[in-house]
Design a protein around this ligand. Structure first.
Ligand code: E4P
Length: 216
């Protein structure tokens, strides 16, 4: 399972990317809204893409197909490797079909069920983003949706990549990897939490202390 960082914060993204295990980044309007309001979005997105060098999903904000396609053209003019992130609404699916027919990668977002993911895949989505945390927030077992989706993908041999999104805890990351999601897009804080182990820190401290006692 590949790991993306789910953020629009350049510092976080640069740090995550510097560690060498990040394959992409996903943004959304809410993540962008957390950044300095004077920031030029195009420049920020380009810096983000340059920092990661891999997959970069940029979300459209239109709710009609033509508007989404216009935005997609604009984003692709910024950088042609962009993946266009599109909400799971009827107008969005029509846009996905048109972009897919032109071999432009799409990431269908705001998916909460395996059926929605299946429909998005049939519209030609390159990536389907299944949200976990927001399901847990309303008392629904998010992992059931992930297991259902992965099972359908195995049974049907579907080609779209499953992105586990709305990840809130290291347990989400672990369970999605076990279930067979292709990618997890993870907030910086959860990435750091997932890396941390007290025995790693204590072990290093001891090694460094003991290294002082020997001559290399
Ligand atoms: C990524 O594609 C999603 O937009 C993101 O993971 C949503 O996360 P949230 O539910 O924590 O806002």
């Amino acid at each position: 399972m590949q790991i993306y960082v789910d953020s629009a914060n350049l510092k976080e993204i640069q740090h995550a990317a510097s560690m060498g295990f990040i394959s992409g980044v996903t943004t959304n309007p809410s993540l962008l809204a957390k950044e300095d309001p004077t920031t030029n979005i195009r420049e920020l997105i380009l810096s983000i893409h340059k920092s990661v060098g891999g997959h970069t999903s940029v979300e459209v904000i239109s709710t009609d197909t033509d508007g989404m396609l216009r935005e997609a053209d604009e984003i692709l003019a910024w950088f042609p490797e962009a993946t266009i992130k599109i909400p799971f609404i009827p107008a969005g699916l029509a846009a996905v079909r048109k972009l897919s027919d032109q071999d432009i990668p799409t990431n269908v977002t705001l998916l909460f069920t395996a059926n929605q993911a299946l429909i998005a895949a049939n519209a030609g989505a390159t990536y389907v983003s299944l949200f976990l945390g927001r399901l847990d927030d309303i008392g629904t077992d998010s992992m059931q949706a992930v297991h259902d989706t992965c099972e359908i993908w195995d049974t049907q041999g579907l080609e779209s990549f499953i992105i586990a999104a709305s990840i809130r805890t290291p347990i989400h990351l672990l369970e999605c990897a076990k279930a067979g999601a292709h990618i997890a897009t993870v907030p910086y804080k959860v990435l750091m939490q997932s890396m941390k182990h007290p025995l790693t820190d204590a072990g290093l401290e001891t090694f460094l202390k003991d290294a002082q006692k020997v001559t290399m």
